[in-house]
Design a protein around this ligand. Structure first.
Ligand code: DGT
Ligand code: CA
Ligand code: CA
Length: 573
């Protein structure tokens, strides 16, 4: 099999890491990262497109240069530029990238300041507690690196849900293509929509005597078959992702799905509830004595325990079983409830789409509104907008809205929160906008109270409306900066501001717990995609997943409101 999109994306993102360690031009680093993101979520196989003689250079984020590099990767399995970079950088330094808590910038600093160029050097420095004294590190970071180090090589790294989806899709199609297959469902943490998954748990129903596990073991993306039996198998795919397969008869589908979806602690409580009712619950069904009284569907299983159906996203044993027994489960928000997107970049800053293209894509989604939030001037690397460019954009949006039917483009910005908590553009121009999204993009290393106060000070500005990606983390790449989330949320409530639940699958920030806290405090959140290319608009569903895990209902989410209500809510008194 030739290179799949994920493998191409991995090479680009690894190359971006190397370039960053090399202190290459940040525009170049970003170009590779953006392309990697785009490629990994692109629905068509790029290798196949090339084989069919199709051009890639017209695709967003790609262009001539990267198209040629993709061709090289597809043809040779590698990229010569990356190999020469790898040759220049001590290979052990690259190894450090796999440590959670250590990104290229920190690695560069460790190398430059302490001469650390491999794992042993790093361990020694940790023992001597010298890292904490480096500028931008501190005790907590040192501790995180130390924790990250214990995970290296143990395979504890979890895969982001979006990436797992891309890998799962063709596998599911493959399993469904077998004539003996009745139903195929992915269970486990994937079905509970956790932000990352440890492995995939796939449930297949089929009649007895089938050979589905054998068929599964012949899947072309498998690197290693770990175990193979009649009704279960475990393999590792080339991406490193492990897959557990279970085959059960249709009569046990609901019980098996309930069992395999977990979470483990949810299931333990379920079994206790069964026992208290003189029933037995296992992966084959709910039994009274030897008689199976339920098991065909999950609804049956819950009903047999006198419980309403509990959505998979809630099954973490954090109160859902009590709520279910009192009929107090939340009516979870769903993708259909969303009426617009409140964080999108156009090609005026580091996005790739024109205003018109974004507006019509949003209209096609059935949205009522979409906002344009380009970066402000501080972010020079993202072509941030200064006052004049923003004023020009405001005019352009006004003009566009006159022409448009069925969608309103909202004038907004992703304005930087500066060191002292001031905003990166004059109030006079911010006032011309429909609302603002405000974000931290630098000085991540402030102590918790300082960072929190910096943001609260920014919220004091009446032009502040929504705090973007409140923790600034990048899943598997960058740790969150330190804030007191509850204090920020209370501060937002006091001032009539809101927090964003960024839906980008690399961010998911607020995360599920953050969403839950917002609900508890009565603070509404904006679920926004932070789109940079058109396909990013589809990331909304990842934000919805985390919101649902956070028990959010339609009324807890700002952008489920009509434009009129939204404007009202955004108004600061
Ligand atoms: P992951 O893979 O770490 O992201 O998390 P899960 O929740 O997918 O966990 P996994 O793959 O170990 O197991 C899948 C499901 O199977 C889990 O959610 C519940 C069920 N399961 C597996 N082993 C056990 C067990 O020993 N006891 C119980 N009650 N359930 C289990
Ligand atoms: Ca799993
Ligand atoms: Ca598993």
């Amino acid at each position: 099999m030739s290179m799949n999109n994920n493998e191409i994306a991995d090479i680009f993102s690894h190359y971006a890491d190397l370039l960053e360690i090399e202190e290459a031009n940040p525009f170049r680093v970003r170009a590779y990262r953006n392309a990697a993101r785009f490629i990994s979520s692109f629905p068509k196989s790029m290798a196949e497109m090339l084989h069919a003689g199709e051009d890639l250079d017209e695709l967003p984020t790609i262009g001539k240069d990267l198209a040629a590099k993709i061709k090289t990767i597809v043809e040779t399995g590698s990229l010569p530029q990356m190999e020469s970079s790898e040759a220049k950088i001590p290979s052990a330094l690259v190894e450090l990238l796999s440590i959670e808590g250590l990104g290229p910038k920190r690695i560069r600093a460790l190398h430059r300041e302490l001469g650390i160029s491999n794992l042993d050097d790093l361990k020694r420095a940790l023992r001597r507690k010298t890292i904490r004294h480096l500028k931008g590190f501190g005790e907590k970071t040192e501790h995180r690196i130390s924790e990250g180090l214990t995970k290296v090589g143990t395979g504890v790294q979890r895969m982001s849900i979006a990436r797992a989806e891309n890998i799962a899709k063709p596998l599911i199609a493959y399993l469904e293509a077998n004539t003996a297959t009745q139903r195929v469902t992915i269970a486990g943490s994937y079905r509970r929509r956790r932000e990352t998954v440890g492995d995939l748990d796939i449930l297949v129903t089929a009649e007895a005597g089938n050979t589905i596990t054998d068929y599964f073991s012949a899947y072309e993306d498998i690197e290693e078959i770990i175990s193979l039996g009649q009704t279960r198998a475990r393999v590792r795919l080339r991406s490193g992702l492990a897959v557990d397969l279970r085959v059960v008869p249709a009569a046990s589908y609901g019980a098996a799905l309930q069992y395999l979806t977990g979470s483990r602690s949810h299931s333990i409580v379920m079994r206790k509830i069964a026992i208290a009712r003189d029933l037995k619950l296992n992966e084959y069904g709910v039994f009274r004595g030897k008689t199976r009284i339920a098991g065909h569907t999950e609804e049956d299983v819950y009903a047999a325990l006198s419980l309403p159906y509990i959505e998979p996203e809630l099954r973490e044993n954090t109160g859902e079983l009590e709520a279910a027994s009192q009929d107090k489960l939340p009516q979870l928000v769903s993708l259909n409830d969303i009426r617009g997107d409140l964080h999108c970049h156009s090609n005026a800053s580091d996005g790739h789409e024109s205003l018109e293209a974004l507006a019509s894509a949003a209209r096609e989604k059935g949205y009522e509104y979409l906002s344009i939030n380009d970066h402000s001037q501080h972010l020079t690397i993202a072509h941030g907008l200064d006052k004049n460019r923003l004023l020009k954009q405001i005019k352009a949006i006004d003009k566009l809205n006159e022409k448009l039917d069925g969608i309103t483009v909202l004038k907004s910005i992703e304005v930087d929160i500066l060191d002292d908590g001031s905003l990166d553009l004059p109030d006079a121009v911010l006032k011309e906008l429909d609302f603002t999204v405000c974000a931290i993009h630098y000085k991540f290393n402030l102590p918790e109270d300082k960072q929190t106060e910096r943001i609260l000070r920014a919220m004091d500005n009446p032009c502040f409306n929504i705090l973007a990606h409140p923790h600034g983390r990048l899943i598997n790449r960058r740790q969150p900066y330190r804030i007191n989330l509850e204090r920020l949320m209370r501060g937002a409530l006091d001032r009539g501001c809101y927090l964003e639940a960024n839906a980008h699958p690399d961010r998911l920030d607020l995360d599920d717990e953050g969403c839950r806290l917002a609900r508890r405090l009565g603070l509404k959140v904006a679920i926004s995609t932070d789109s940079h290319v058109m396909t990013d608009l589809d990331y909304m569903r990842f934000g919805i997943d985390q919101a649902r895990r956070g028990w959010l209902e339609k009324q807890d989410v700002l952008n489920t409101r009509s434009l009129k209500e939204l404007r009202q809510l955004l108004k600061r008194s």
